[in-house]
Write a protein that binds this ligand. Structure first.
Ligand SMILES: [Mg+2]
Length: 406
């Protein structure tokens, strides 16, 4: 094909004709929206744990209040690209009433300019949080549509696989079972925060010791602290967990706004113990703060919250140049198509969404059809060889469209 032919083919790509934003309840991308008895809502330490009435359940303070956002983009040839993230009805409003103006009539090949327009037009009320979830959802739907129009997997468009397979660690309450299932490590939720005092600290260490005894010395064990600690508690936990249990990393110990605290924790933590964070950070500017202030060893952007693939390219490149690992939070297929293309993303996270969790189930079930799951802790790159992100929206779920843009 001639150069001008390739240019012409890109120029003549179908345009985005329709933008639709739906919300849906019951797990999926809003993976905290689960029924009773799920490990993910069993007395997990949070910043709200200082209030006894919000200590037992994260749903009690509203962790599942938003629900899932589904963004669907239909091109003028009828091809549909879509993505799911969290954000629910407020994000639907932003997509339909604000962001759709930058999409209708445009080519999905213009993702860079579209991202810039979405971000800077919302900057006066956006920058992080639900607005960036909405922008991420649109951006991922654009990449999915572009891949479907070009009949190309997203990871091909990002430069191709740098290894033959993804390897995973498992997040959930049963690292001992995760080891049997072939994962390289297990990340536990921390159950007790500073408000539960020394007794809570002992319980945190006892659970980790128990898992170390069950999993043996070579299996990675990590603690996810979900923003619940202060610097003093995090430093003490890091030292005890390293000395007594060989903890691999301490994750998101402090508020995402406390860059100074993270920098101090990184300095105070035992050499060899990794400090990780970034799940609730967004954009190149937020991650630049984490890296320039030397806050952590691994950044963990959620692909559906940090700004989408277009922004993650910038975040990951900066991390690579600084020698920082970039291992996305959860994010299912949106993460897999990125991680497989990067040397500074040597493994990936798998959220164990079975209530036990005693078996591997698709992370964003029941919303995606064709969502790959790890077998023996691995997914082969060839399993991603489907156009776009390689999944379809499950039309059997109760999608609601609260707003429209016409
Ligand atoms: Mg986490």
């Amino acid at each position: 094909m001639s150069v001008s032919g390739a240019i012409e083919r890109t120029r003549s790509l179908p345009r985005i004709a329709h933008v639709r934003a739906f919300t849906v309840r019951g797990g999926g991308a809003d993976y905290h929206d689960q029924g009773d008895g799920h490990w993910i809502d069993d007395h997990i330490a949070t910043p709200m744990s200082r209030y006894p009435e919000y200590r037992q359940s994260r749903q009690s303070f509203g962790i599942n209040v938003l629900g899932t956002l589904v963004v669907e983009l239909e091109a003028d040839d009828g091809t549909i690209g879509f993505a799911v993230t969290t954000g629910g009805e407020p994000a639907c409003y932003i997509v339909e009433k604000h962001l759709s103006r930058f999409l209708v009539g445009r080519s999905p090949a213009e993702y860079e300019k579209i991202w810039d327009q979405m971000y800077f037009s919302t900057q006066y009320y956006g920058r992080k949080g639900v607005v960036l979830n909405a922008i991420s959802g649109v951006d991922l739907a654009i990449w999915d549509l572009l891949g479907k129009l070009r009949d190309e997997p997203v990871y091909h468009m990002l430069g191709g696989a740098v290894r033959d397979e993804l390897q995973f660690y498992a997040t959930g309450a049963r690292p001992d079972l995760a080891k049997e299932m072939g994962f390289i490590g297990g990340k536990l939720p921390l159950h007790h925060g500073p408000a539960e005092g020394l007794e809570g600290m002992e319980k945190n260490i006892a659970l980790l010791s128990d898992m170390r005894a069950k999993c043996g010395d070579d299996f990675w064990l990590m603690y996810d602290c979900w923003m619940s600690l202060d610097l003093d508690y995090a430093t003490r936990l890091a030292h005890r967990a390293w000395d007594e249990c060989g903890l691999k990393w301490i994750e998101e110990a402090l508020s995402p706004d406390d860059y100074w605290g993270y920098a101090a924790l990184k300095k105070a933590a035992p050499p060899g113990l990794l400090v990780t964070t970034g799940e609730h950070e967004a954009t190149r500017w937020g991650f630049r703060m984490l890296m320039d202030m030397e806050c952590c060893d691994i950044i963990q952007p959620d692909v559906g919250w940090c700004g989408g693939v277009t922004e993650l390219i910038k975040i990951a490149n900066y991390a690579d140049s600084r020698g920082v690992m970039m291992v996305p939070h959860g994010s299912s297929v949106y993460s897999y198509h990125f991680v497989i293309t990067r040397h500074n993303s040597p493994f990936a996270e798998f959220l164990m969404m079975h209530p036990g969790p005693t078996e591997v189930v698709p992370m964003f079930a029941p919303q995606l059809l064709g969502e790959p799951v790890p077998v023996n802790g691995h997914i082969r790159a060839s399993e991603l060889d489907r156009a776009g992100f390689g999944v379809e929206l499950n039309r059997e779920i109760a999608l609601q469209r609260p707003y429209s843009n016409s």
